[in-house]
Design a protein around this ligand. Sequence first.
Ligand code: NAD
Length: 488
Amino acid sequence: MEQFQHYIGGAFSEGTARFESRNPATGEVWAMMPEAQAEDVNAAVEAAHAAFRSPDWAGLSATARGKLLYRLADLIAENAEVLARLETRDTGKIIRETSAQVAYVAEYYRYYAGLADKIEGAHLPIDKPDMEVWLRREPVGVVAAIVPWNSQLFLSAVKIGPALAAGCTMVLKASEDGPAPMLEFARIFDRAGFPPGVLNVVTGFGSDCGAVLTSHPKVSHVAFTGGPGTARAVVRNSAENLASTSLELGGKSPFIVFADADLDSAVNAQVSGIFAATGQSCVAGSRLLVEHAIKDAFLERLKDKAEAVVIGPPDDMSTEVGPLCTRAQVDRAADLVARSVAMGARLVTGGQALDRAGTYFPPTIVDCTDTPDAPCLTEEVFGPVLSVQSFETEAEAVELANATEYGLASGVFTRDLTRAHRMVRAIDAGIVWINTYRAVSPIAPFGGHGLSGHGREGGLQAALDYTKVKSVWLRTSDDPIPDPFVMR
Ligand code: NAD
């Protein structure tokens, strides 16, 4: 049985309690994880707070911080295979994706390494002749970062990269479901040469460990990725300390196909949009909106592709759809589909958990054209379940696309350039992909609004969001200060 440890103050520890981690492909317990209790979380925040004030970190130049991040990126690239294998083993995410994704995670660290000494202040053309006024950008302080199980190395990179580039220190809580890749990441981070306490990594359950972390008085910012229900609890907790928050939440993203689209591309992108990562993707294109004239033909091609998907063990390079991370996710997907079908939605393919060891659920398509209230159409499934609606006009497509409280991503497939531009304006989402889907880069901001949260990860803005602005006023006149009872 493998054993994992917390990383607090630059040292590894067993933690005060432990819990079992299951391999989703087999259902078997394969590792023991440390379960952070309040005392562990407090120790991690104290370590981050001490590091934030220590000259070893606070006294480093931004260029030196960047060099440490470059070293971390190199170590991630060197250890990508180990990290990918652990992520696959502990979460069930297929090795085909984890190996490509971890290699790309190194690029996120490189991007923020290069950005560290480009986070600039400003000089203001102030309206007073005897004053110089400039702005300093300073790190916000201790950041609490919380991630869910899917793509933890990626979802943490978009927090750790910009926060450390800005000069913050951090406590990261890995998901209780599949924390192994993050705890291994801590071992790699330890070798990069950062001062102790700059990053601390713990894992444990949300209601105790997560709640203590997000309400801690020494935490200045909470960077959270997870579901909207948990986000509300996190915001309530952070109100204790009036900490700022950035929230990357779920989605119910529309994938819109017009009749003039390149249908080969659109079918493949839809398969990627909903069945890749076994649908456990916040940007999953989980609502297909297809122009009525091509609906039947498009659905037939999609059904053929869905049924030909290779379902298998996640550590096999030929597998395209692996298990879901937990039994609870399987039960949720099955329940949402069953309730939708009971309301009159038409099951096109899939719909029931596979009868084999592990937590497997097949690619599933549900035609909800006549059931606009079907729960698999209105609720985030976070599994390989696609709901389908059709439209006659562009206006109807927009109306259906925006009929959700979420606002994370969207896809538009059309060859009509002017229509594509109109759709960009009309769709209420943080990301619009045109004739492509599920593309990401460290250079492009990522995030949503409404129930999908607020704040952006990726890009320059993400690093600025980990800073606070200080206005500095310098009087250049040697004359006595005039009337003290008048504001200057
Ligand atoms: P979740 O909200 O249940 O858990 C996420 C994290 O929050 C876990 O680490 C959990 O332990 C922690 N947590 C739970 N209760 C807490 C509390 N009271 N205080 C502090 N922390 C607490 O989410 P999940 O079900 O594990 O993940 C799936 C969700 O994440 C989906 O909604 C998905 O769309 C979303 N997600 C969003 C993005 C994005 O970038 N927008 C990316 C991936 C996943």
